[in-house]
Design a protein. Structure first.
Length: 234
């Protein structure tokens, strides 16, 4: 049985993805900063799947927490999938760059860029030996300019660049940078405080696109949920 690390899986897209992976037989190591939310997530994952579920509470930007995640996956065995899903939105309400507070920006870069690279570095020997997959969750804010999204978008653009370079440096691996699109999540609500975001699709509707990608032999690259779902529909 194969093992995956999914960061930021206590809610939203991370939990939706982990639920589908569990239901299809994966062992899972998940993390988040809220112990109560992770306890609920563990109950969900245990109910839908028969594999091992390890929960690691902590901050994905903390090197000791990163080591715990990788150690747990290696201990279970068959570690072949790393999904860097955990993200920090940054300062809210979303500020213009000229007003962006620098310390929150440092935090965005630590969580959205440095932490994924650190996890890749420590996971790669195991994923490489299992001919596995690295997935970095990105955003259209990485490739399009939106007012207020400069800090978050810059961190995701950098994440896409390291994904692209990694795919060239590790040609035997599949490296995907995946944009799920707008979703009805807490982070999206935080970006638009007080607004009604009920018109956005639920994260569960985007997961099949990524599950299909994981199970495919598609070469490394950038993919969007809408692109993959359109291909399936046609």
């Amino acid at each position: 049985m194969s093992t995956a690390i999914v960061t930021g899986a206590s809610r939203g897209f991370g939990l939706a993805l982990a639920t589908d992976l569990s239901a299809t037989g994966w062992n899972l190591v998940i993390d988040g900063r809220s112990e109560p939310s992770l306890a609920i997530a563990r109950e969900t994952l245990t109910r839908v799947g028969s594999g091992v579920v390890r929960v690691v509470v902590g901050d994905v930007a903390d090197p000791s927490h990163q080591a715990e995640l990788v150690d747990a996956a290696v201990e279970i065995g068959g570690f072949r999938l790393l999904v860097n899903n955990a993200s920090d939105l940054g300062a809210t309400p979303l500020p213009h760059l000229v007003d962006y507070p620098i310390e929150p920006l440092r935090r965005v870069v630590e969580v959205n860029l440095v932490a994924p690279l650190a996890l890749i570095q420590s996971s790669l020997p195991h994923i490489r030996s299992n001919r596995g997959v690295v997935i970095n969750i990105t955003s259209d804010a990485a490739v399009e300019a939106y007012e207020g999204w400069g800090g978050y978008g810059a961190s995701k653009a950098a994440l896409e660049q390291i994904s692209h370079v990694l795919s060239l440096e590790e040609p035997e691996l599949r490296v995907y940078w995946f944009d799920p699109g707008d979703m009805r999540t807490q982070m999206h609500q935080d970006a638009f405080p007080g607004e009604d975001i009920s018109d956005r699709p639920l994260p569960e509707s985007r997961v099949p696109a990524l599950i299909g990608l994981i199970g495919s032999d598609a070469p490394s690259g950038r993919f969007t949920a809408s692109q993959l779902l359109d291909e399936v529909a046609s």
